[in-house]
Write a protein that binds this ligand. Structure first.
Ligand code: KG4
Ligand code: ZN
Length: 342
């Protein structure tokens, strides 16, 4: 059976056709980056309108990969921007009704944790998931599709948000993550000692807004004292080193503390080359197995939504045409309104 996945929780309109075994026949992603660039961040109203304009073409392109009609429609119902979510869920309901096939509503954060399914690399349960994106920074113990415990999360900004804000401040453009990743390679990560917030807090929570403020204050102080401005490469590398050191340390201590030997990292920031390298090194040192998917499966995409939709359906769950959107859905929460067969 083929599953059509639809994802519109933030600023990417995506549709994918995935076979029950996890094979991705198509995964189309229409990015809205150009529309939000001038604002240095996603503007919810613009995002929702752009989804309305692109969703039909994105779905048609994904469907063109096979002559077979999907037997299931899976859609992200939360968390995310309310207007954006409504577009995807409405499209999914319309197709489910028109084709007479079941509908499954998916939690976007769970989909990030399960993305390795599409590459045949999902570890056996239980495993640790680190989800790091523009909207989320969290560690969770995944014991089953329906049994996920959040161990810790950010108390303020998400790590991707910190990247985007620091890049904006340095005038590097939007989205900031990929730019900082690139220029930091030529910088010295020890040039400036930025704070490692909550490094030894004894829990698995994070705080990133202080780091962003520290970068801004440091640059203001350099200017006020008439010193030479450090290169953007050094600032980017030093900022990144501070952010990533805490992420890596808390991830390995959570895995060891909970007795979990497998670690999955997902979300847009999991594309970051320094994070991938330092996490791989730290996991190897601690005897932990690390799974990261290809970069295209780390950022928002509908293939991961289709994969998780297939799992719910396999367990007998479906959602009706009254399925709603849940902008504040928490990691591990099943989308409300399911019915279960048998
Ligand atoms: O998961 P995602 O595509 O969308 C959300 O659900 O938020 O993540 C987008 C975030 C943005 O903040 C972007 O700057 C960040 O991921 N990002 C990166 C990199 N690529 C994307 N951050 C650091 N390094 C990267 N290479
Ligand atoms: Zn995401």
């Amino acid at each position: 059976m083929l599953v059509l996945g639809i994802e519109t929780s933030c600023d990417e309109s995506s549709a994918a056709l995935v076979a029950s075994g996890g094979e991705v026949l198509s995964c189309v992603v229409a990015s809205q980056i150009d529309l939000h660039r001038d604002y240095g961040g996603v503007v919810p109203e613009i995002a929702a309108r752009a989804h309305v304009e692109s969703i039909a073409a994105v779905v048609s392109e994904a469907l063109a990969a096979s002559a077979e009609r999907p037997g299931l429609v899976a859609v992200t119902a939360g968390p995310g921007l309310v207007g954006s979510l409504i577009v995807g869920v409405s499209a999914a309901k319309a197709l489910s009704w028109a084709w007479g096939v079941p509908l499954v509503a998916v939690n976007h954060l769970v989909a990030h944790a399960f993305a390795p399914l599409l590459e045949g690399s999902l570890p056996a349960f239980p495993f640790l998931a680190l989800v790091v994106s523009g909207g989320h920074t969290l560690l969770a113990e995944v014991r089953a599709l329906d049994d996920i415990e959040v161990l810790g999360q950010t108390r303020d900004d998400a790590v991707g948000e910190a990247y985007d804000k620091v890049a904006k401040f340095l005038g590097l453009g939007y989205p900031g993550g990929p730019v900082i990743d690139r220029i930091a390679r030529d910088g010295n990560p020890r040039a400036i000692e930025f704070p490692r917030a909550m490094m030894n807090s004894g829990d698995y929570d994070f705080s990133l807004s202080g780091l962003k403020t520290a970068v801004i204050r440091y640059m203001a102080r350099v200017e006020a004292e008439g010193r030479n401005r450090p290169s953007n490469a050094d600032v980017a590398a030093s900022f990144q080193a501070a952010a990533l050191e805490v992420l890596v340390k808390k991830t390995t201590s959570a895995a060891l503390g909970r007795g979990l030997s497998d670690v999955v990292i997902g979300g847009g920031v999991a594309c970051n080359s320094a994070l991938r390298e330092s996490m791989a090194r730290a996991c190897a040192e601690q005897g932990l197995r690390l799974v990261h998917t290809s970069r295209a499966l780390c950022t928002d995409n509908a293939a991961m939504v289709a994969a998780v939709g297939g799992l719910w359906y396999g367990q007998g769950y479906t959602w009706g045409l009254d399925a709603d959107v849940y902008p504040n859905l928490r990691m591990g929460e099943r989308v409300p309104g399911a019915s279960r067969a048998g």
